[in-house]
Ligand binder design. Structure first.
Ligand code: KG4
Ligand code: ZN
Length: 359
């Protein structure tokens, strides 16, 4: 018998799965796929607590260092969960299930969240629910912030998910059926912001910094190319190379070129990335006939993107609250709630995956 089979047998535990939906459902959500350690508590579709510990340690390295991320998750996970439970005013015995990000993400980082969640669910004798991080970004649109009533999209809708690791246009058919109709062939949109920000000597993550500096710059001051990609796909690595070549040339003429033109450079880079995203979305709307548009992922916080979307005629827009855009556990808890209602549970044999495998 293989070791895996032995493990499987040893973990055939008796968990009494609850009858589907007879009382309100409380989910503890855990997110640890990259550099945010996060925990949230949901009560049906209401988010009672959403705690995020962002790992500052990576700033010094200009990008996420996987080994350091795992260690930081290990350090933060218990205090973050403790704080979420206190904020939600929920005792451990009120939790109906533990939902956790199972991938895609950094393997070492995912393992911390997965191990914690398995142990917690085991100790409480409640079901465990695996969550696909990319699906959770989309379903963040259904999370209701306590005290507010957020308008939610109707199925089917299109979701532009733009983060540090992914750039996708998704047809969302229902809570569990989603189809990727366009994606990046190389760098993600957030990665483009971050890598170009590094060339501009900006701190990591550069996306929000570029956004801020672009406010007082002219988006048309420099023209950068739109790299070619087929169909509804994207390509951003050529943009980074074009900006690098342009900067090298200008810095040879004026060593202070970057500092002296930082606002215009940021505005032009942001405008290029936003224009590429909007053009593809326009094509997607035309192809699918769907004009309900949702945005998700860290880059959806970008003010240039939000402005450009609002200028589109005939689109119904869904933009989640800022704290549900970047990595968070509210999106994990709400996805867990939908899976719980559908009776979709996992067991202790679950094991994280690093690469995107579909939705
Ligand atoms: O979704 P997220 O928090 O983590 C991933 O799953 O990747 O996204 C992080 C990405 C980073 O690349 C960051 O630079 C970018 O989102 N980002 C932004 C803004 N805020 C975060 N990019 C552009 N403008 C922003 N305001
Ligand atoms: Zn993310």
């Amino acid at each position: 018998m293989s070791i895996l089979n032995q493990v499987k047998l040893n973990f055939e535990l008796e968990i009494n799965l609850p009858p589907v939906m007879s009382k309100p459902v409380v989910i503890l959500g855990i997110e640890s796929s990259c550099d945010e350690t996060a925990a949230a508590v949901s009560y049906n579709d209401k988010i009672l607590a959403n705690v995020v510990a962002t790992q500052k340690i990576h700033e010094a390295y200009g990008g996420v260092v996987p080994e350091l991320a795992s260690r930081a998750h290990q350090l933060h996970i218990v205090p973050v969960v403790d704080q979420a439970l206190k904020q939600a005013n929920i005792s451990k015995k009120d939790i109906d299930a533990v939902a956790f990000t199972n991938g895609p993400g950094l393997m070492g980082a995912l393992l911390v969240g997965a191990s914690f969640s398995k142990s917690f669910a085991l100790a409480l004798n409640v079901p465990l629910i695996e969550i696909n991080h990319m699906q959770a970004h989309v379903l963040a649109h259904f999370a209701q912030k306590e005290g507010t009533e957020t308008r939610v999209p109707e199925f089917p809708f299109l979701c532009l998910t733009v983060s540090g690791g992914h750039t996708q246009i998704i047809v969302v058919k229902d809570h569990f059926h989603m189809e990727v109709i366009g994606q990046t062939q190389d760098d993600a949109a957030g990665e483009a912001f971050d890598k170009i920000g590094k060339l501009l000597h900006l701190p990591y993550p550069a996306g929000p910094v570029i956004d801020k500096l672009a406010e007082s710059g002219n988006p048309l001051s420099y023209k950068f190319p739109h790299p070619h990609a087929p169909g509804l796909d994207f390509s951003f690595s050529g943009l980074k190379t074009a900006v690098m070549n342009f900067l090298n040339k200008e810095v040879q003429k004026d060593s202070h070129f970057i500092e002296n033109n930082i606002n215009n450079l940021c505005a032009a880079v942001q405008n290029t990335i936003v224009t590429i995203l909007i053009k593809r979305l326009e094509q997607a709307v035309q192809q699918t006939g769907i004009s309900q548009i949702a945005i998700a992922g860290g880059v959806s916080a970008n003010s240039g993107l939000r402005k450009a979307l609002k200028e589109q005629k005939g689109w119904t827009l869904f933009i989640p609250p800022f704290e549900y855009c970047t990595d968070n556990a509210a999106m994990v808890a709400i996805t867990g709630y939908f899976r719980y209602k559908a009776g979709l549970f996992n067991d202790q044999n679950s094991s994280p995956f690093a690469r995107f495998q579909g939705l």
